[in-house]
Structure formats: structure tokens, C-alpha cells
Design a protein around this ligand. Structure first.
Ligand code: NAI
Ligand code: OAA
Length: 310
């Protein structure tokens, strides 16, 4: 199995590192536009192999897509991260250009690859890559839901003083402050979360989750990478090992949830064919209204991209 990660910055290098130490693929190619940067990161990860005991080979290249040829999965993390005071949508102009040109190069050398987008604004960058790739929708998807649910689950684990391993949750919508965590589908060791926490504390956790990315940007001056890189690697692993994992993933909706032609996070089954099924939940009227707000937000940013393409 061969996996390429484009962008050897914070998120991309973390993703490549997790893929290597979990031996998800035997060959991992890291690409960056900055001369020598991906080569250095890949070499550093390879030099960790005798310590952490793995044998996945990591190779770094500067903008040389020939070395990525025949990749089974490609993760695109190239692009600017936001700084304090910015929204993810503020990145659209720079990152759309980067994501489109990277997708073109990827497709040229790995026409059969499944593509996972990480660059922000996530839902609209997934749209941009999907358009450029000309692939079926199940092969081009965005990573955000695993990260957002992980934040939600981590906050709950802390509040309830339980292991994060035992918290299961679903979250839907765009990767922005309008995302929709779903307490009705949140369990702790099989117990509905609402039986273990009061409404006010749960609602505070939901609110903190929605701005979870911004909390880290404020603390660090740039955005997060450990959890995002690991989340992208988890998607790659589900595909490469045909695990049929159930994750929230950003994909083009074609009528599911009564939504057409919009890229949003929804629960899916992830396996060797990419998104193998979109799972449709029976949402309440309140949940539907929240999802509609999120759809409206993403759609408005998709229209900005359409104008840029026009
Ligand atoms: N979907 C999500 O949940 C998350 C998305 N992100 C997004 O991921 C992206 C990357 O974030 P970081 O890794 O922290 O940024 P970073 O600045 O550390 O790394 C980005 C890398 O992309 C490279 N790059 C730029 N243009 C390129 C091109 N044309 N070809 C190849 N490489 C190119 C840069 O040289 C840099 O090394 C940002 O857009 C950020 O907003 C970050 C965290 C979570
Ligand atoms: O907040 C950001 O800009 C990066 C990101 O998407 C996240 O960490 O959720």
C-alpha cells in the first residue's frame, strides 16, 4: 500500500508519522513545496523507526509528483492555517488555488487514488478538490468530523471522569462554528450521556466543541495538528484496511437528509471503496434546523468558490 501526504507542515507531518508508526502503509510519501522540508520531516520519521519499532518507509520530496505515482490514498493538508482573529473561511482564496493545483498533480500520477482533504475551509476545499478530480463522490472526502467528535468526546471524558475510549458520539454539518454535535446519539459505555450529565453542563460542552479549533488557535497562534493529523490517519487506515468504520466524514450530499449539492459532514461507512454508504439518521425538527443553518453557511462559501472559478 502506498499513501501520499501533501503538505509536510504541522498536520501533514503528524499524519505521516501516525501512518508510519501504526504501519498503515509500507510506503508513505510526504510532499511539500518548500525545498527540502518534506525530505527532512520524512527522514526524521524514518530515523524514529528503530526506536518506535516500525518498518513503513517514509520518503520526502519537493513538489515531485512522479514519486507519488500509484498512491492508493492521498491526504491533502497543503495550505495556510489560520491565525488568531481569522475564521477558516478567510483562507479560501489562497487555499483554493493550492488545493486545486495539488489535486491536478495528484490525479495525473495516481488516477485511482482516494483523496482525503484536510485544508481549510474544509467543506469547500473538499468541493474544490472534487470538482478538479472529476471522481465519483465516494472517492473524495474531507476530514473534520472525526476531529470535532474527538474534541467533544475528550471534553465529556474530562467532565465525567471516564475514559475517552468509552465515549461514542455523532456530529454532523460543516466544519465551522455551525457544526451540529448530537447529544441524542452520544453514549458512555452504552449509556445515553443525558443520564450521566446535567443539561447545562452538556450544553456548555457542545458550545466549547463548536469553537474547539478557535480555542487552540488562540492558545498557540496557529491551528492544531496532533488531533487533526491523527484523525486523517484514522481515515486512511479505515480505507487501506477496509475496516468499514463508521465515522462522520465530509462528502457531497445527493439528496440525503433532504440536501442536494452541498458538502457536509455526515455519518458514513468507510472502507476500501472510500465512502461506501451514507448513514441517514432520523433527526428531530430541532436537529434538522441546526443542520439547515450549517448547510446555509457552507453553501454561501461554496458560492464564493464558484465566483472565483467563474
Ligand atoms: N480539517 C481540519 O479539521 C483541519 C484543517 N486544518 C488545515 O490544514 C491546513 C494545514 O495546516 P498546518 O499543517 O497546521 O499548516 P502548516 O503551515 O504547518 O503546513 C502547511 C504546509 O503546506 C505547504 N504547502 C503550501 N502550498 C503547497 C503546495 N502548493 N504544495 C505542497 N505543499 C504546499 C507549506 O509549505 C506548509 O509546509 C490548513 O489549511 C489548516 O487550516 C488544520 C487542522 C484541522
Ligand atoms: O481551527 C482551525 O483553523 C483548524 C481546524 O480546522 C481545527 O483545528 O478544527
Amino acid at each position: 500500500m502506498k499513501v501520499t501526504v501533501v503538505g509536510a507542515g504541522n498536520v501533514g507531518a503528524t499524519c505521516a508519522d501516525v501512518l508510519a508508526y501504526r504501519e498503515v502503509a509500507n510506503e508513505i510519501v510526504l510532499v511539500d513545496i518548500k525545498e527540502g522540508f518534506a525530505e527532512g520531516k520524512a527522514l526524521d520519521i524514518w530515523q524514529k523507526a528503530p526506536i518506535n519499532l516500525y518498518d513503513s518507509r517514509t520518503i520526502g520530496v519537493t513538489n515531485d509528483y512522479e514519486k507519488t505515482a500509484g498512491s492508493d490514498v492521498v491526504v491533502i493538508t497543503s495550505g495556510l492555517p489560520r491565525k488568531p482573529g481569522m475564521s477558516r473561511d478567510d483562507l479560501i482564496e489562497t487555499n483554493a488555488k493550492i488545493v486545486k493545483s495539488v489535486t491536478e498533480n495528484v490525479i495525473k500520477h495516481s488516477p485511482d487514488a482516494i483523496i482525503i482533504i484536510v485544508s481549510n475551509p474544509l467543506d469547500v476545499m473538499t468541493y474544490a478538490a472534487h470538482l478538479k478530480s472529476g471522481k465519483s463522490r465516494n472517492k473524495v472526502m474531507g476530514m473534520a468530523g472525526i476531529l470535532d467528535t474527538a474534541r467533544y468526546r475528550a471534553f465529556l471524558a474530562e467532565a465525567l471522569n471516564v475514559s475517552p475510549k468509552d465515549i461514542q458520539a455523532v456530529l454532523m454539518g460543516g466544519h465551522g462554528d455551525t457544526m451540529v454535535p448530537l447529544p441524542r446519539y452520544t453514549t458512555v459505555g452504552g449509556i445515553p450521556v443525558t443520564e450521566l450529565i446535567d443539561e447545562e453542563s452538556l450544553s456548555k460542552i457542545v458550545d466549547r466543541t463548536k469553537v474547539g479549533g478557535g480555542e487552540l488557535v488562540k492558545l498557540m497562534g496557529t491551528s492544531a495538528w496532533y488531533a487533526p493529523g491523527s484523525a486523517a490517519a484514522q481515515m486512511v487506515e479505515a480505507i487501506v484496511k477496509d475496516q468499514k468504520r463508521v465515522f462522520p466524514v465530509c462528502i457531497k450530499l445527493e439528496g440525503e437528509y433532504g440536501i442536494d449539492d452541498c458538502y457536509l459532514g455526515v455519518p458514513v461507512i468507510l472502507g476500501k471503496n472510500g465512502v461506501e454508504k451514507v448513514i441517514e439518521l432520523q433527526l428531530t425538527e430541532d436537529e434538522k434546523a441546526l443542520l439547515e443553518t450549517s448547510r446555509g453557511h457552507v453553501k454561501a462559501v461554496m458560492e464564493v468558490l464558484d465566483k472565483m472559478n467563474a
